[in-house]
Design a protein around this ligand. Structure first.
Ligand code: XMP
Length: 512
């Protein structure tokens, strides 16, 4: 547990829990997500500065709907209920919730009531407010002692409060950018209602983690499987500062990285205060993939070899007491395990040779969201290409060469992919992830006076927030045409370029 002031975000199944927690942190206050029905003793143990109840898909009258204890509102800790959280607060404090005649979805106009004039939650705000609504129940009767501070055309109580008890509730979602002054409202809750000191920052996080890692490992040796991804790179940078000279990073080069990527990674980390081991295993990986066209077999083969190479390198180092991992807060939330540090089986990290018998796992980024990890990386001086790196699959280009993988195909893809990434980056178009795929299809073309029979390259670019669903990026035709011209001119053996215009679902982002 950190010693920063902490706001607890109690999760009632809303899709916005992470967003709420991130917004609180953006305001300079540490936040932590717990299940909505967390027992009071556990909540008290955090000595929370404030509590935020998230939205959720349920109705408070469903027997199965998640609930907190009514005593939560007697702790003397300020509470802000959002959407379902607002209804739950109302219900448990003695008010009433009913089904809406007209459900409200989307941005609507909220009007402050006269009583909002001295509401600390809305300090500094006046006039109509753009607020995002998404609900089919509404607050029909206020609990005793509460006052209504906002209404909308379809929602008589869009906000209510009992300042004397420190209880606030909003039917709308202040955490989303569609609610124009939402961040100001959250800031008000934290600073005017909870009296936050604003003691959470990335500089502070780095300092505390450095001290914690030193206390944990003493002068023992630590190893880290470095993939070149954001999390393991930032983890390496932080540990090289915390325990200079005690960290060994093992970079398994499977030969499926993008153009110049492995050399660039090596250059960055050999300059840091750590031992960088580049295990060049490209022949081994390529040999094992010979004639393998099935995507799952490819992935499994690569995963298995990755672990084997990592283990063989780890054994060469001798006595190592700790394994470092770039686990971040969303990994912890997803695994539903916020207690013990466990060892990730993900092949990017490398499996654990059990016989090494580590004393423990070091996870200095465990408390951070992705955007915070990037900020830590920037503060530790990592270059842009690592800090802002797009997701890249563990098996690398081997799953972007469709069908069996050869050195020649990898070379073709590497060159074409470099053009795609250069052009889309330079265009400034909005795309979350973009890359090239070498299809297994060959077709007839003509170049000069000659007939060609060469590969078709596919360009993939998607817009997404969470990578679970994605929309294809509507790239301008001029950009597509420029990429096509450059690739067919500059990259031998590609005579046709196509653009993948499929969303996820039904497609996935990667082709294999
Ligand atoms: P799909 O293809 O499932 O990909 O839509 C979703 C996101 O995950 C990335 N991806 C991976 N990342 N190891 C990773 O670390 C993998 O094996 C892997 N496979 C897919 C993909 O690039 C996209 O961002």
């Amino acid at each position: 547990m950190v010693d920063n002031q902490t706001v607890l975000v109690l999760d009632f199944g809303g899709q916005y829990k992470e967003l709420i927690a991130r917004r609180v942190r953006e305001c300079g206050v540490f936040s932590y997500i717990l299940p909505g029905d967390t027992p009071l003793e556990r909540i008290r143990a955090y000595k929370p500065l404030g509590i935020i109840l998230t939205g959720g898909p349920n109705s408070v009258y469903d027997a199965a709907s998640p609930k907190c204890s009514p005593e939560l509102f007697e702790l003397g800790v300020p509470v802000l209920g959002i959407c379902y959280g607002a209804q739950l607060l109302t219900h448990l404090c003695g008010g009433r919730v009913a089904a809406c005649e007209v459900s409200e979805y989307g941005v609507t106009e909220g009007k402050f009531t006269e009583q909002a004039g001295d509401s600390p939650l809305f300090a500094g705000l006046s006039g109509p407010q753009e607020v995002l609504m998404s609900h089919s129940d509404y607050i029909s009767d206020l609990p005793e002692g509460f006052r209504r501070t906002m209404t909308t055309a379809d929602c008589p109580t869009a906000a209510l409060e009992n300042p004397a008890r420190g209880l606030y509730a909003v039917q709308f979602h202040p955490e989303v950018t569609h609610t124009k002054n939402g961040l100001a409202m959250m800031h008000n809750f934290l600073y005017r209602v909870c009296g936050a000191a604003g003691d959470y920052s990335m500089e502070d996080y780095i300092e505390k983690q450095i001290a914690a890692v030193r206390a944990q490992v003493g002068d023992s040796r630590v190893i880290l499987g470095l993939s070149g991804g954001v999390d393991s790179s930032v983890c390496a940078a932080l540990l090289s500062k915390a325990i200079p000279g005690q960290l060994t990073c093992i970079y398994v080069d499977h030969g499926f990285m993008r153009k110049n990527e492995s050399d660039e990674i090596e250059e960055v980390f050999t300059k840091r205060d750590l031992s960088f081991v580049r295990a060049d295993a490209s022949d081994l990986f390529l040999g094992a993939l010979q004639g393998v066209a099935d995507p799952e077999t490819k992935r499994k083969t690569i995963g298995r070899l990755f672990v084997e190479v990592f283990q063989a390198e780890a054994k060469k180092i001798g006595r190592v007491d700790y394994l470092a991992q770039g686990t971040i807060y969303p990994d912890v939330i997803e695994s539903g395990n916020d207690k013990a540090a466990t060892i990730k089986s993900h092949h990017n990290v490398g499996g654990l040779p059990e016989e090494i018998g580590f004393k423990g796992v070091v996870e200095p980024l465990r408390g951070l969201f992705k955007d915070e990890v990037r900020e830590v990386g920037r503060k530790l001086g990592l270059p842009d290409f690592l800090v802002n790196r797009q997701p890249f699959p563990g098996p690398g280009l081997a799953i972007r060469v469709i069908g069996d993988v050869t050195r020649e195909k990898l070379e073709i893809l590497r060159e074409a992919d470099a053009v795609v990434r250069e052009e889309i980056a330079a265009s400034g178009c909005e795309a979350s992830q973009y890359f090239a795929v070498l299809t297994d299809l060959r077709s007839v073309g003509v170049m000069g006076d000659f007939r060609t029979y060469d590969y078709t390259l596919a360009i993939r670019a998607v817009v997404t927030g969470d990578f679970m669903t994605a929309a294809y990026a509507p790239l301008p035709h001029e950009l597509l045409a420029r990429m096509s011209r450059r690739i067919t001119n500059e990259v031998p053996h590609i005579n046709r370029v196509v653009y993948d215009i499929t969303d996820k679902p039904p497609a996935t982002i990667e082709w294999e």
